[in-house]
Structure formats: structure tokens, C-alpha cells
Design a protein around this ligand. Sequence first.
Ligand code: HEM
Length: 445
Amino acid sequence: MSDAFTREPRWDPRLFPPAARAPRAVQTVRMLRDPQGYPRALRRRFGPVFSLRAYPYRGALVCAADAAANRAVLTDHERFTGGDAAALLAPAVGAGSLICTPPPVHLDHRKLLLPPFHGARITRWTGRVRDLVHTGLPGLLTGDGVAVRPWAQRLTLDVILRVVFGLTDPARVAAFRHALNAFVGTANLAVLFLPEPLRRDLGPLSPGGRFHRRRAAVRDLTRAEIAARRAAPDRADRDDVLSLLLDARDEHGAGLDDARLLDELTGLVLAGYETTATTIAWTLHLLAHHPAARDDLIDDLDAGSDRLLKAVVKESGRLRPAVYNAMRTAAQDTELGGHPVPRHAFVAALFPVTQLDPELWPAPDAFRPGRHLDTDQMPYALTPFGGGVRRCIGVSLAQLEIETVLRELLAVAVPEPAGALEPARLVSVTLIPARGGRIRLRERR
Ligand code: HEM
């Protein structure tokens, strides 16, 4: 377990915001059973800042669940620090990745990583993302009902391998896909939360052993790509992230060594593909279950506009944010919403609660993309990509992928329900549709 967990203060009701009295095990189960409903109930009972006493926190997770508290947690970097809280993910993504890097080093890393993800540069990938969507479309259009998420995972993985590594060779793409799928299956929080001795490699059949072997397979493939690209004669003409990062220099003229590159690239791939796939799945699933909104979107797209498209993506990210929360730790004894927060406590900006706050969003549970048109949105009422200096660097790429899937798919087919609207399930930090976001696609004539 990471240092952040060793430093975490123990539970003391005088030092933390209010919490339910139920034992930790009970609160953990309630949270996992109903990851949107349970914290909303706590918010109704205690107000916008409360403590959740759940595993793996020995103290509590301090939850911020309205726009003011959300803004404080995401942007007040003196009081709430990023990086440490994500250190739990370090065995998976690599301790040197941006996600796990605390300040002050974080900003220098971020400056090196940002240019390849800038909106203008990402727009250049539009054609290639569209090609990949078209290649995958037949897989979605067959059958009576289909779970969108597995389909979208394959697509977003292909996109990220293309954008990050510049990979096009089918055999190498397949090797990566195989290794990553196996690794993601074992790199869940259940393994990461295991006490250190159990996480050790105790042979190929132990959870730790499987985790280490599969992690090594992904890292070996990544290492091979880095070596091949360093030696590539055409590197200067390439526009993939790896080629750009190999030539990136900070203000002191220093570049990224192979160890850092390995962690950064693993972090980018892991942060970028499941999140985007989950958002695609929720958006299509929600559209299938809201025929009026779906038909308005199709009409708008047919008329050559993308106004509703952007509103639909926002509304899907509001109602079912793929990433459950953004994590920070308290850098000092402080307060939030008038409640004490002890130094080193874990603090979460809880998107699914803030974004369903009835004071910010009338009829919060309704899927109404129109609410995002022509209205000034309250700052920090909608933050599916986080905020402040740690805001997601993949926003432009994710939006390009989601919008391209919707545009290309809705031009040829109409999503309809295939079963009931699915509840959300919390897997690690991702809020996924319980049955993969099943829909039926009716081809347009
Ligand atoms: C719909 C898809 C995505 C969602 C919902 C999402 C959401 C998030 C959220 C909530 C954070 C935490 C922000 C914070 O702490 O304030 C984050 C961070 C991050 N995301 Fe994304 N993300 C998505 C796609 C991507 C993609 C495509 C990439 C890259 C290829 C990416 C790379 C990252 C990185 C590197 C960070 C860490 C930033 C930092 O600590 O400075 N994400 N993302």
C-alpha cells in the first residue's frame, strides 16, 4: 500500500466532516451496490461535504459534492494536493506517470506531455479516427442486441495505440491488445489494495504473480516500441505522441529518459482507453433509452450541425461520468464547507453527486441535452474531466473519438433499447453500465 495510506489519519469524528454511523464494511457494501444512490443519500443527510467511511480508507474519504466544494478541491492546490492520492495506482501505471506525480514536479511533467494532446494537433487525427470507427462499425451493426462497451474498448484501444505509439502493424496491435486486456483484468483495485506480502509474486497462479507477469508483458512491448522509435530514421516526420515525446525538452533542455517514458506511455494508454470506451457506451445506451433526444440529435446531425452533438456528450458525462471522482490529499489541517479536514486525509471531488445536485440541475435524473444549450453553466457544476492543474490532458482526443462514433454510427443506424436502462457499477474508479450498455441498432434506410 502506498505512503499516502500510511500517512492517512485515523478516524476521529471531531477531525472529519460528518459520517453515517454504519460500520465501514456496511458502508463499503452500500457504496459498491449503489455508487450513485448511496453517496447522494449521504449528501441529502449531511450536506455537500461529508465523510464516507469505507475500505480501503482507515480514516475516511472526505467527499465534496456541490459546485463550491468541487471547485475548492480541484483548484485550491495549496490545500488539496494531487498525485499522492493516485499513488495507489502506481503499481499499475508506473510511479513516474503524470497521474501519480505530486507537485512541484507534476507541472514540469505536464508541460512536456501537453503539446501532443493540444486540440489543434488532435484535430489532425480526425481522418484516422474516422477510418478506425468505420473498420469497427460492422461489429456493432450485427446481431439483435449488442453490448457497446466491449466494442468501444476495442476501438478506443486501437485509437490510442495509433495516436500514442503510431502503431499500424496488425500483428503488433494485436499483441498489445492481448497483453493490455489481460493486464487490465488483473490490475483492479482488489489487487492493488492487497497487503504488500499478498501482492508479491508468489508464482504464476497467485494474484500478485499474475499481476506482475501481465504488467511485465505490457511493459516489454512498450519498451520495444520506444527502442524501435529511437532508432527510426523517419522519427522527425511522425506525429504520434511517442515520437513527439522523444524530442520534447523542458526549460533546462532535459528530455525524458526511457524509464520515465515507459511510465508515461503506460499511464496514457491506461488512462485513455477504458474511460473513453465507457463514455461511448453510456452515451449510446442513454440515447437508445431516450428516443426524443435521440431523434433530435439525428435530425440536427443530418442538417450538418454539431450543436446538439456536443450537448448530448455533456449530458451523458453529467448523468453517468465515466470517472467517478478526482482524488486529492489534504496538504494541511484545513476545512471544507465549514467542516474540519485533517492533514493527509483523502479528499474526493464526487462528480456523480455534484452533477446530480437538484440545486444546480433541475430534474437532475432526466436526460435532457437541451439544458446545455444557450445557458451559462455554473462553474464547477460539471467536471467529468476534473479540473485545475490536473484536468485530464486527453479531453480533446476523447471528444474527437466520442463525437466521431456518434456521427458515423447515427448516419447509418438508430439505437434502440435492448432491455432495461442499466444501473451503474463501480469498477476501480470507473462507473460502467452493469451489462456493458446493451442496445439494438436499427439500420436507417
Ligand atoms: C471520456 C474519456 C475520459 C475521461 C472521462 C477522463 C477523465 C479524467 C479525470 C476525471 C481525470 C482526473 C482529473 C483531476 O484530477 O482533476 C483525468 C486525468 C488524466 N487523464 Fe483523462 N479522461 C478521459 C480520457 C483520457 C484520454 C483519452 C487520455 C490520454 C490519452 C487521458 C489522460 C489523462 C491523464 C494523463 C490524466 C492525469 C492528468 C494530471 O494529473 O495532470 N484521459 N482524466
